[in-house]
Design a protein around this ligand. Structure first.
Ligand SMILES: [Mg+2]
Length: 371
């Protein structure tokens, strides 16, 4: 645990031991110690927020002309981003695509073996499981397992500890994805094929412009590190290379949250005399969008269709807009235009939304998911 947590006992969210030239900022130490140091974890930042659904117009557009970059709010006063925070799964990595097909059947099996659940219709159990899995998607995995334990208990069963459910889920998921990771390691699959399109080029462009890149994922830290390395993405975030670091879930959920990482980023960018307006966050889940908006940052929702690797996942898009996303992109294919826009160099007239008939129909979220 100490090695995984990185920075000794007090700096649990800091991903790696700081080098002399890159000392861990005070906020990283304070963030988990609860000792009142600047950036110390508060009840607010130690836990991940529930989805707050704003009542907003979901009609599409406007778009940057000639692109699928959808602008949801007015950014006339934005400034060049000094720091960029990325979610991992679904935002940069496609390695875990299809995880729902593993989690849902596992949970249905658990509920179907309880005293009450064994008489329940399996389809009805699956509907219930999908409801809470969907609702909690974006938070750390442990929260879905905590809910599973409660559902088991409510049906007269004796639940396993949530951490044990999480381990079992990861074992099952690994069987699905290990071929992908092996293919990357042996170069029989290209890194690009398992990344959200344009990810490498986009990160390269941001780094070239001096934006510090941070990676924070609700997936366990050890997996995030391994998978980011296999995809050739780790170097963009490595502290040794001038990146902001890689952060991920730990066994104790209160020791990591994306809000803690943002606290740390804010402490760093304030030293340059700028605030949240110099932060841009990218994610396909609501947590990072809400966290980013909470500090006045620009939130870019990545509504990636992970299975098709192109186009917008309409379920994600709606959820990201409701969470407060300022911009929606399907992926990073249009990285040059996106970078130009982020740095205020693309101020052209906005294009209206395409006609409804030209838009792909929203796909049912669960249509392909066997139980
Ligand atoms: Mg994600």
């Amino acid at each position: 645990m100490g090695q995984e947590a990185g920075y000794g006992m007090r700096g649990a969210i800091y991903h790696t031991a700081p080098s002399p030239s890159h000392p861990a900022p005070a906020a990283a130490r304070g963030a988990v110690s609860g000792d009142g140091a600047p950036g110390a974890a508060s009840a607010e930042t130690a836990h991940e927020p529930d989805l707050v659904v704003a009542d907003v117009d979901l009609a599409p557009g406007p778009f940057l002309p000639g692109t699928s970059i959808e602008l949801r709010s007015d950014h006339a006063r934005r400034i060049a981003p000094r720091a960029a925070l990325f979610d991992f799964d679904g935002t940069l990595s496609l390695i875990r695509e299809g995880w729902q097909d593993v989690m849902v059947p596992m949970m249905v099996d658990a509920l179907a073996s309880t005293p009450v659940g064994r008489d329940e219709d399996r389809v009805a159990l699956a509907t219930r499981v999908r409801e809470f899995v969907d609702r909690l998607t974006g938070k750390q995995t442990i929260y879905q397992m905590i809910q599973l334990a409660e559902e088991v208990r409510a049906r007269g069963g004796a639940p396993l500890p949530p951490l044990e459910y999480k381990r079992r889920y990861h074992d099952l998921l690994w069987r699905r994805i290990q071929g992908r990771v092996e293919a990357l390691r042996t170069h029989s699959a290209s890194r690009e094929a398992l990344c959200v399109p344009g990810a490498h080029a986009f990160l390269t462009a941001l780094r070239r412009r001096g934006t510090t890149l941070y990676l924070a994922s609700g997936t366990d830290l050890q997996y995030v590190r391994d998978e980011a390395a296999a995809l050739g993405l780790a170097e963009f975030f490595a502290v040794e290379g001038g990146g902001g670091g890689i952060y991920g879930a730990l066994d104790e959920p209160e020791r990591f949250s994306k809000a803690m990482v943002i606290d740390q980023i804010m402490n760093e960018i304030r030293r340059h005399g700028v605030g949240g307006e110099a932060l841009v966050g990218f994610g396909d889940g609501y947590v990072e969008i809400q966290n980013c908006k909470d500090v006045g940052g620009l939130a870019v929702g990545v509504a990636s269709d992970e299975a098709r690797r192109e186009g917008v996942d309409e379920w994600k898009r709606r959820r990201l807009i409701r969470a407060g996303a300022d911009v929606i992109v399907p992926d990073f294919r249009e990285h040059a235009r996106l970078v130009a826009w982020l740095f205020g160099e693309d101020q052209g007239r906005l294009a209206p939304a395409p006609a409804e008939s030209n838009r792909p129909a929203a796909r049912a979220r669960w249509e392909d998911h066997a139980v």
